[in-house]
Design a protein around this ligand. Sequence first.
Ligand SMILES: [Zn+2]
Length: 140
Amino acid sequence: MNKEIRTEQIPPTPIRYQDYEQYWQGLEAGKPVLQKCGDCGAWCHVPQPICPKCLSLNKKWEAISGKGTVYSWVVYHQSPDPEFPAPYAVILVELEEGMRFVGNLIDVHPDDIKVGMTVEVFVEELSEEFKRLNFKKGKS
Ligand SMILES: [Zn+2]
């Protein structure tokens, strides 16, 4: 791949949809938040206009504990992009609040990842404009 003709932003950045704006603002403030139903209290991830449990339109955003465990993972041995050197793992984390969230485990070699491993959320700053929620090894 010829990087001189590449025009997209690196790393690829997501589109900031209006319905997710509070999520992005939480990351910018260093306080990850996720959507919660304002009536029944169910967590709604991914963000959505209607609560999947009680069909309420009343939604709010709340800070998460930042604690979770590895539910599953996959290791990429060939990278689709030179900006993501292989091997790297994509993990599925079950947050303490019960939702599952996809991310990377940045401080653990893919061979050392285990189901049930304790992880913690952190806000990773990839550029001045782009921060994302990601994971590091937690305290057991
Ligand atoms: Zn609800």
